[in-house]
Design a protein around this ligand. Structure first.
Ligand code: PMP
Length: 534
């Protein structure tokens, strides 16, 4: 019975009400570079400097002219956009360029696949992660099926040999079969051996997959990808929807060894040699894949240290577990190279990209899989109406062209702007060490971490902190008072993400620093009134 004059809000009204409580309820009407515009009460445009860059998709800024022009040309030429199950040259071009970049950036890193990396296109970051999960499980199931067939064939041979009296049971086989009595005929012994081995192996050979991921990691919120997203608030209600993940801290790789040993499963292989059937343990692939981010993004912008990355790499290789490097937030130039993992020499078996390759216009993602692990039949089992469309592929090509131009000037620019930004944030921290705990990150993916305020003097600040809303409340203050757009990271609410475009200017950085100083002063004095909506 709502009167027609009252606008209804059906689309995520709860979220909008929360934004309103934190003074973040602004509607932007125009965007360019690192600036967003909203209208004030008089209808005049007010500029806001955007330091969250679409949460990582806007290294080129909003509406980069080359990306916009390319999109316009494509539409003007009536280029087919939705033409699935036809040949897609642009997709090949994107994959070729990505392979060229991989070859260059990982030139000194061991284990380059001869055939490069195959590409599966998808729509969102989480979908690329989903594709990685499914491909990894396809690999595991294929190995499991081969192992099951191999074990079954050898068990048949062993049973036949026992039945034919050309072999007897060895110690372990006798223990497993149990007492049969002295008069058991060879046929009974063969049958008992088969039953006992099959029963023993059933659990190991048919168990569901487990996944490995880092404590604090974030890989998306779909029903598979959310299982490897560490934040319990996102994950726990949906535990039942997907495979269980084991989380290990990035800075303690031996925990990974421990977790793998703890979950080890083996099957018994009946090997007949010299007239004796021996049972030999064969490891069964339990973990489908391990997922890592080169910099934990939503987990508070924590870079993975090179020695830890290489230790994780070594352990995964030793156990035959594919390592998925999630470059959805770090990749496409943000950290000062196309692949942030190349800066720490971490070669992924799979690599995911999204956000940045959409150039701020398209929604697309891609999963890269080492050719020696790639299973072509995956192309028929995973697909989407929208994936690999010419619009998002053309935009991706434009993004790659821009990043690679002038010998990679934009990578150097991202690194240089990142250093300028970091220096400004460090200077704020130096003046407010009681308020600011850390400044960290890589290139233009930085985190500004406040000390935990859970025991703050001000009851209001304490409440914000305990409720997990501290980061939103301070972001609201920075927006309202300083026209700066910041946001906390998804799983570390005391850390503000700072990830503007590579065009961010010294003047804009100085404005950010001034706003943060003002905020730090408020927190130092616990003037909570400033953080309350006027
Ligand atoms: N992986 C990482 C590392 C991310 O940062 C994100 C998004 N924050 C995702 C996956 C999910 O991407 P999307 O939001 O496009 O589904």
């Amino acid at each position: 019975n709502t009167p027609p004059s009252v606008p209804t809000r059906y689309a995520e009204r709860f979220l909008e009400d929360m934004l309103s409580a934190w003074c973040l309820d602004v509607e932007y009407v125009r965007a360019r570079g690192d600036t967003l515009f909203h209208l004030d009460a008089d209808g005049t445009e007010q500029a806001v400097t955007d330091f969250v860059g679409g949460f990582g998709s806007l290294l080129l800024g909003h509406h980069h002219p080359a990306v916009v022009d390319r999109t316009r040309e494509l539409l003007a030429a009536h280029t087919p956009v939705h033409a699935q199950f036809s040949l897609r040259t642009q997709a090949h071009q994107v994959a070729t360029r990505l392979n060229d970049i991989l070859r260059r950036e990982f030139a000194g890193v061991a284990d380059e696949p001869d055939g490069g990396y195959a590409a599966i296109f998808a729509n969102s970051g989480a979908e690329a992660v989903e594709a990685a999960l499914k491909h990894a499980e396809l690999e595991r199931v294929t190995r499991l099926t081969a192992l099951r067939e191999e074990l079954a064939a050898r068990l048949r041979e062993a049973a036949d040999a026992v039945r034919a009296r050309t072999a007897v049971l060895g110690d372990r086989a006798r223990d497993l079969v149990g007492p049969l009595g002295p008069d058991a005929d060879p046929g009974t012994v063969a049958g008992a051996l088969t039953d006992a081995v099959v029963a023993h192996n059933a659990g190991a050979l048919y168990r569901p997959p487990l996944l490995l991921a880092l404590t604090g990691g974030f890989h998306g919120k779909l029903s598979g990808s959310v299982q490897i997203t560490h934040n319990p608030a996102f994950r726990v209600p949906f535990d039942g929807l997907g495979p269980r993940a084991v989380f290990v801290p990035a800075d303690r790789p031996y925990e990974l060894e421990r977790a793998i040993a703890h979950e080890r499963a083996y099957a018994l292989d009946a090997v007949t040699a010299d007239g004796v059937v021996e049972l030999v343990e064969r490891d069964v692939p339990v973990f489908a894949a391990m997922f890592v981010e080169p910099v934990l993004g939503e987990g508070g912008v924590v870079p993975l240290r090179q020695q830890d990355a290489l230790a994780l790499r070594r352990i995964c290789t030793a156990h035959g577990i594919p390592l998925v490097v999630d470059e959805i937030q770090t990749g496409a130039g943000r950290c000062g190279a196309f692949f942030a993992s190349s800066l720490i020499g971490l070669r992924g078996d799979y690599v995911t990209l999204a956000k940045g390759i959409g150039g701020g216009i398209a929604k697309s993602s891609v999963l890269l899989v080492r050719s020696d692990r790639y299973r072509p039949e995956f192309e028929l089992t995973h697909s989407s109406t929208y994936a690999k469309d010419s619009l998002s592929c053309s935009v991706a090509l434009t993004v790659i062209d821009l990043l690679e131009a002038d010998g990679g000037r934009l990578y150097r620019r991202a690194a240089e702007r990142g250093e300028a930004l970091r220096a400004a944030l460090e200077a704020v921290r130096a003046d407010y060490p009681d308020v600011v705990a850390d400044v960290r990150g890589r290139g233009l993916l930085l985190g500004f971490a406040f000390h935990d305020q859970s025991d703050a003097v001000s009851a209001h600040v304490r409440g914000l902190s305990l409720g997990g809303f501290f980061g939103f409340a301070v972001s609201g203050y920075l927006l309202r008072e300083h026209a700066l757009r910041l946001m906390p990271t998804g799983s570390a609410p005391h850390t503000l993400r700072v990830e503007p475009s590579a065009r961010i200017t010294d003047a804009e950085i100085a404005r950010l620093a001034a706003g943060l100083r003002d905020l730090c002063e408020i927190l130092r004095n616990q003037d909570a009134l400033f953080l309350v909506r006027p």
